[in-house]
Design a protein around this ligand. Structure first.
Ligand code: GCU
Length: 615
């Protein structure tokens, strides 16, 4: 493409996506905030599944609609039809297919599916009561990566993105009595997906988080938020949807401390702005105070447990409730302990991981990398007192010049912010991880930073940047040369000196850091591999001793960075990655964990725990 055409193409991209994007631009049609507390039918359990590697259930060989004998979503009893005989025949039968647990990734369910990467159909039947004027929704907490949803043979909707919730109305398709829910899940990623197919984590295709049938009144509370502002006031809003959304009285109760009332406008929106009550306990990692908050109208009510705190940057310090804080953290993938994780993050699985951070490492912070983690984990962070870095998987490279890809990223940010903005633990929205600097990439991230600030002006914006190595006046210098830094409240860098490359561990404390001193800096990643139990072999790489000494020397280096305000070393536990195939040390696992995949501590775990214990 010549330079003029290229410039016009990028200009078009920014007109389309870079225009001042009001938060509304990417607001999903339905949010159902607080759904987990509504009376809903959890559709977790055993579902039938049918492989469809050539996507015959979606499209025919010539790109037309699939042949009916392959349409997995048909509302039909195939065995009964076959018993009647006749010309029709089928090349699937969901009723007699194999069973699989939902939620969970299919890769862990069957050895034959370990590396299956493509379209898989899931189906389950469920009973529903007559709606009698109420409305019905399906809320999926996450489907990785594309979802095609059908109810009783009717297409209901689609979604792209493996880590954020989506809500589809099924009022018209739901039957009183038996219902047949079919979901096509396509795990394949490509050059236009977010992330692309190139990552350092496992495939994990499937309905990976819970699915619920939520029944609401005809006019219902779709969204309800409340937050403590720097001003000392508590502000928020409630959004109603339905025929009676306008002119409705809405009330909010904050525990036993305060109540407030407001009336919705013509768009069903009511706004609250009250002085924080005198006895309001601020949420902190040490005292993670949560209040039972109830939002109600004459017809509906939703509850949430909300912590009230403020987060800000002042010079190069991070202030929590006005006081400087150092983020004692670790990075975490969404993967439970055990030899065959299926990314089924139950409360107990998540609690086991966060317990190690809070009580094993004496941490107060967790980087939920590299994508929005389960709501279970974010709510537990609220409850246990762990501050959170949240990110969407704009990771390494995406198609920076493609406006459709940018819109996907902005929509993913919105789905994350709308889901988590009542979570006191979330303090940082990150817009990228280790993305190589280019004009298009920096513009892409700039639009993301603007978008997330428009969606949520109360939290801080960061990104995990790459560092440069240079020799200046004979000194070995690590520096940030990234134009994106100017868009960030908190700088963050991933640094692997002493693991990738030829640095000796003894050289690490002597490395000089040349970074902007006007803002806080976080070491968002550093780490080294070690196979648990591999010891006493001359401190070679992959031994526990090497990893432990790497941590000692890297922490000594970190202590010399004057505006260092936190760290989230890579990573709490070993995790699955098809990139890591050394037959002795890795076998498909990235071994940078401080714990093995089953939770056995390596020597370095104690090094970091001691360091944090003294901070
Ligand atoms: C990168 C990347 C991680 C990856 C890690 C590693 O920094 O952000 O996702 O797993 O390095 O190389 O282990």
């Amino acid at each position: 493409m010549n330079t003029l055409a290229n410039a016009l193409f990028i200009l078009f991209a920014w007109i389309l996506a870079g225009a001042p994007v009001a938060a509304q631009g990417f607001r999903p049609a339905f949010l159902l905030t607080g759904a987990h507390n509504r009376n809903s039918q959890d559709l977790s359990g055993q579902w039938r599944y049918s492989k469809d590697l050539y996507r015959t259930g979606l499209t025919d060989i010539n790109g037309w609609v699939a042949k009916s004998r392959m349409q997995r979503y048909r509302d039909i009893d195939i065995a009964a039809q076959e018993a009647r005989g006749g010309a029709d025949f089928f090349e699937f039968d969901m009723d007699r297919g194999p069973l699989i647990n939902v939620p969970g990734a299919w890769n862990a369910a069957e050895p034959a599916l370990r590396y299956y990467d493509g379209l898989m159909w899931f189906q389950r039947k469920f009973k529903a009561d007559p709606l009698q004027g109420k409305r019905a929704f399906l809320r999926f907490e996450a489907v990785n990566y594309r979802a095609y949803v059908y109810l009783n043979g009717k297409e209901i909707g689609r979604h792209e993105g493996g880590f954020t919730p989506f809500v589809l109305e099924v009022t018209d398709a739901l039957r009183a009595g038996d219902n047949r829910l079919t979901v096509g899940v396509d795990s394949q990623h490509d050059a236009q997906s977010i992330p692309t197919a190139i990552t350092d984590w496992d495939l994990y295709g499937g309905i990976t988080r819970p699915v619920r049938l939520v029944i609401t009144p005809a006019t219902f509370i779709d969204d309800a938020t409340l937050a403590l502002q720097q001003s000392g006031r508590i502000t928020g809003e409630v959004r109603l949807q339905g025929p009676q959304a306008a002119g409705q009285q809405v009330s909010v109760r904050i525990g036993a401390l305060a109540t407030a009332a407001a009336v919705t406008d013509g768009q069903g929106r009511a706004v609250f702005d009250i002085q924080a009550p005198a006895g309001l306990a601020r949420w902190t990692p040490e005292q993670p105070s949560l209040y039972d908050v109830q939002f109600s109208t004459a017809a509906d009510a939703v509850r949430d447990r909300i912590g009230f705190r403020t987060i800000a940057v002042e010079g190069n310090r991070i202030l929590l409730n006005g006081k400087p804080i150092f983020l004692r953290g670790i990075s975490l993938h969404e993967e439970e302990f055990g030899p065959n994780p299926s990314r089924n993050m139950t409360e107990s699985a998540s609690r086991a991981l966060l317990h190690q951070i809070k009580h094993g490492l004496h941490g107060n912070y967790v980087r939920l990398s590299h994508y929005p983690h389960s709501e279970v984990t974010v709510r537990l962070a609220d409850e246990m007192g762990l501050l959170v870095w949240s990110e969407i998987p704009v990771y390494w490279t995406v198609d920076w010049d493609n406006p459709a890809v940018l819109r996907k990223a902005l929509a993913m940010q919105a789905e994350t912010v709308y889901r988590d903005r009542n979570r006191a633990s979330v303090i940082l929205w990150s817009v990228g991880n280790e993305t190589p600097v280019s004009v298009a990439r920096t513009r892409f991230h700039g639009a993301m930073a603007d978008n997330v600030r428009a969606l949520d002006p109360t939290r801080l914006v960061s990104a995990a940047l790459l560092v440069e190595r240079r020799t200046i006046d004979g000194k070995d210098v690590i520096e940030i040369q990234d134009p994106l830094a100017g868009k960030l409240d908190v700088l963050a860098v991933n640094t692997y000196a002493g693991w990738y490359g030829s640095d000796t561990l003894d050289a690490l404390p002597g490395l000089h850091w040349k970074v902007p001193g006007d803002r806080p800096l976080i070491l968002s990643e550093f780490g080294a591999d070690a196979l648990a139990g591999y010891r006493n072999d001359g401190n070679k790489k992959f031994t526990e001793e090497y990893q432990a000494e790497y941590y000692r020397k890297t922490l000594a280096m970190a202590d010399q960075i004057p505006n260092l305000r936190g760290m989230s070393p890579w990573i709490l536990k070993d995790f699955r990655s098809p990139r890591r195939e050394h037959p002795v040390f890795q076998n498909g696992w990235n071994r940078k964990g401080l714990l093995s995949e089953s939770g056995v501590p390596k020597e370095a775990f104690g090094v970091l725990a001691d360091y944090y214990g003294k901070r």
